[in-house]
Write a protein that binds this ligand. Structure first.
Ligand code: GAL
Length: 668
């Protein structure tokens, strides 16, 4: 399937917990029979099996696992083998309580749940190293094992003394001297000047210490990424020290804000993620665009095909309401991942748990355990469909458009006081602009400010408030060389330590944008203003659009006005502008506008810039369009994310799409 795993075909399967069924061999046997019928060719094993591997300290049992891996392999099913650090055994927590996390309120948690260990605890690191190494030595070379699944959904923070010390050391590395840190953080504000790195404490709760000092918050978040990655490196080292070189991944989460996943790109061999879309909670096509963005985000981490490691064929029981999926939605959701670059469709869970928190979670095989089950039948149908797609060979998604979504910038926006503490609308603007691009029939790659921009024709960077070092320069070069750049209000305001730039903003880019941002206005909830088309602006734009939340006032120098504000004391001043610079163009979108604005504007930009659309015809709302190479052929995916039939009349496909149906055709 993938250049990393070296299998040609798509992988279909998911998380399997045979360790919960060791006393029921007849069930394990039947599972395999049902997997084979569903064309399952991969399962993830051992994710939370530490107490089965090492029931008492130093006593290891992998024979049961070997038997299961053997049986699966003999039936054509590969194993993604997990390291078990996501949940520790009771004996370990009892004997070494320092492995347990200290929360933000500075209290150590008790044993329970999972994903709550300290990342700097030397005992925990040592115990994880030992179990990982033993696992690799015993089973790593098994021909059925194709990939390491390192831990599970890394996340969270620990505030123990050891983590505090590690934070101080990390800051020392970053700033070298305390004077430099004081200068960059402007700690003179409210008399927070530090005399030494040892005085610096991680953020606390409101009563417990510092919770509002922006550079501290931002750098703590950076440190948490660093220390989690460092913990993961220790896990991988154990496998490599055992002489095992099989590729490794770790499963990322939906828009997870606690880590900057981009920083993991050099230690994971392939990106994988867990998708639990809230189908039917909102209009499904909106959920589909939101999910599509996440798939593109994951593909953008390494700019390569990725794995859908977990998803659910039906109800997800930890969501507030466990809504059943409509027929065919499981298939279409799975194929959506494939369309966006996934080489796998994998589920949590393969067999419904017997007890515990996940006993009501959807699964490929339910507790009923027979084949005449609606969800199982849907899975069989998807398995066959994936098999029918043939060789995927890690086909790329062809893209000319990049969307800048930078975690460090998002952190700074979220922690900022003003211009809208209630909701900065990051998600809302992201969704609107992404959807506008997709409705213009474009594939999109999500990048961050560390990525190169050369090679794209269109770069969209909404709410790029904090510029990472070198980003302004990349934008300048991109536009100079003929690229089309689109940004929004609140652009280029602060530096990497969240310190205001002095002088005209957008910092270092006023000439590229042909304007100066003067003031930003936060609108109260319920306030709806208008932007109005300027004289001579393109016919593709309507006479007016509404906006809310935020807008930026600007003073143009060379930029041409496309729309002006229609409300408040700034009525008549420029709201949407375009500037010709070098060989390219830079657009400034001053307000958080209604969806139609982005759809119309991108349609215009794509035509004007001569970008390749996946297909030329505009599709009815409700159909998601994407394309991807499978082998040497670019395939077009048309997916109906509604409960109605939709008629399609295009060169690649002419016919009807049933509710939640996907058709895959050759691009002509
Ligand atoms: C994931 C987790 C799985 C399982 C699943 C349930 O976040 O990795 O272990 O708990 O959620 O939806």
């Amino acid at each position: 399937m993938n250049d990393v795993i070296k299998l040609d075909n798509f992988l279909f399967g998911g998380d399997y917990n045979p360790d919960q069924w060791l006393k029921s061999p007849e069930i394990l046997k039947k599972d395999i029979e049902m997997f084979v019928e569903a064309r399952v060719n991969v399962v993830s094993l051992g994710i939370f099996a530490w107490s089965a591997y090492e029931p008492v300290e130093g006593e290891f049992h992998f024979e049961w696992l070997k038997e299961i891996i053997d049986n699966l392999y003999n039936n054509g099913i590969y194993t993604v083998l997990a390291t078990p650090s996501g949940a520790r055994p009771k004996w370990l927590a009892d004997k070494y309580p320092e492995v347990l996390r200290v929360n933000k309120d500075r209290r150590r948690i008790g044993f329970g749940m999972r994903h709550n260990h300290c990342h700097t605890s030397s005992v925990y690191r040592e115990k994880v190293y030992i179990i990982n190494r033993k696992l690799a030595e015993t089973l790593g070379d098994h021909p059925g094992v194709i990939l390491w699944h390192i831990s599970n959904e890394y996340g969270g923070e620990c505030y123990c003394d050891s983590c505090q010390k590690a934070f101080q050391n990390w800051l020392k590395d970053r700033y070298q001297t305390i004077d430099r840190l004081n200068d960059e953080w402007v700690t003179a504000f409210w008399s927070h000047t530090y005399n030494s790195f040892e005085q610096i404490e991680a953020p606390g709760t409101m009563e417990l210490g510092e919770w509002a000092m922006n550079p501290l918050l931002l750098n703590w978040r950076r440190f948490v990424t660093f220390i989690t990655k460092d913990f993961m490196k220790n896990e991988i080292k154990a496998l490599r020290d055992a002489g095992n070189q099989k590729p490794a991944t770790t499963n990322f989460m939906y828009d997870y804000d606690g880590l900057n996943y981009k920083k993991f790109s050099d230690i994971v061999d392939i990106v994988s993620w867990d998708n639990y879309s809230r189908w039917h909670k909102f209009e499904d096509i909106e959920v589909a665009y939101d999910t599509a963005f996440q798939h593109d985000l994951m593909r953008g981490i390494k700019h390569k095909p990725f794995m859908l490691m977990e998803s659910c064929p039906t109800a997800v029981n930890w969501q507030s309401i466990s809504k059943l999926r409509w027929p065919r939605l499981a298939e279409t959701a799975g194929l959506q991942a494939v369309a966006h670059g996934s080489d796998t469709v994998m589920y949590f869970q393969m067999r419904q748990a017997r007890a515990g928190m996940e006993k009501l979670h959807g699964a490929l095989i339910s507790s009923y355990g027979e084949k005449d089950d609606r969800i199982y039948e849907e899975c069989v149908s998807l398995g066959k469909r994936l098999e029918g797609l043939g060789r995927c060979n890690s086909g790329q998604v062809p893209v000319q458009t990049a969307f800048v979504y930078d975690r460090e910038n998002i952190w700074a926006l979220e922690d900022s006081f003003g211009p809208r503490n209630k909701d900065m609308g990051i998600k809302s603007l992201t969704n609107k602009m992404y959807k506008g691009l997709r409705r213009a029939n474009l594939n999109v790659e999500i990048v961050d400010m560390e990525d190169e921009l050369t090679g794209y024709k269109l770069v969209v960077a909404p709410l790029a408030y904090l510029h990472r070092a070198g980003f302004a320069d990349k934008v300048r070069k991109f536009v100079t060389a003929g690229g089309v750049f689109v940004t929004s209000y609140w652009f280029g305001i602060v530096d990497e330590d969240d310190k205001m730039h002095l002088g005209a903003v957008p910092h270092e880019l006023t000439d590229v944008m042909g304007l100066r941002e003067t003031e930003v206005d936060g609108l109260f909830d319920g306030m709806k203003y208008k932007i109005l088309k300027a004289q001579g602006a393109t016919d593709k734009l309507k006479e007016e659009y509404s906006f809310d939340m935020l807008c930026n006032l600007v003073e143009p120098t060379t930029a041409k006005t496309l729309m002006t504000y229609g409300s408040d004391f700034y009525a008549g001043t420029p709201a949407v502008l375009v500037n010709e610079f070098g060989e390219g163009k830079a657009y400034y979108l001053g307000a958080h506008a209604e969806d139609a604005f982005y759809e119309d504007l991108f349609d215009y930009i794509v035509e004007e810039a001569g970008l390749d659309r996946i297909i030329e015809e505009k599709l009815p709302y409700g159909v998601e369009l994407s394309s991807r190479y499978l082998g040497d052929q670019e395939k077009v995916f048309l997916q109906n994310f509604t409960r109605n039939e939709i008629a399609i009349d295009t060169k690649v496909y002419n016919g009807t799409l049933k509710a939640y149906e996907t058709v895959v055709c050759d691009k002509c």
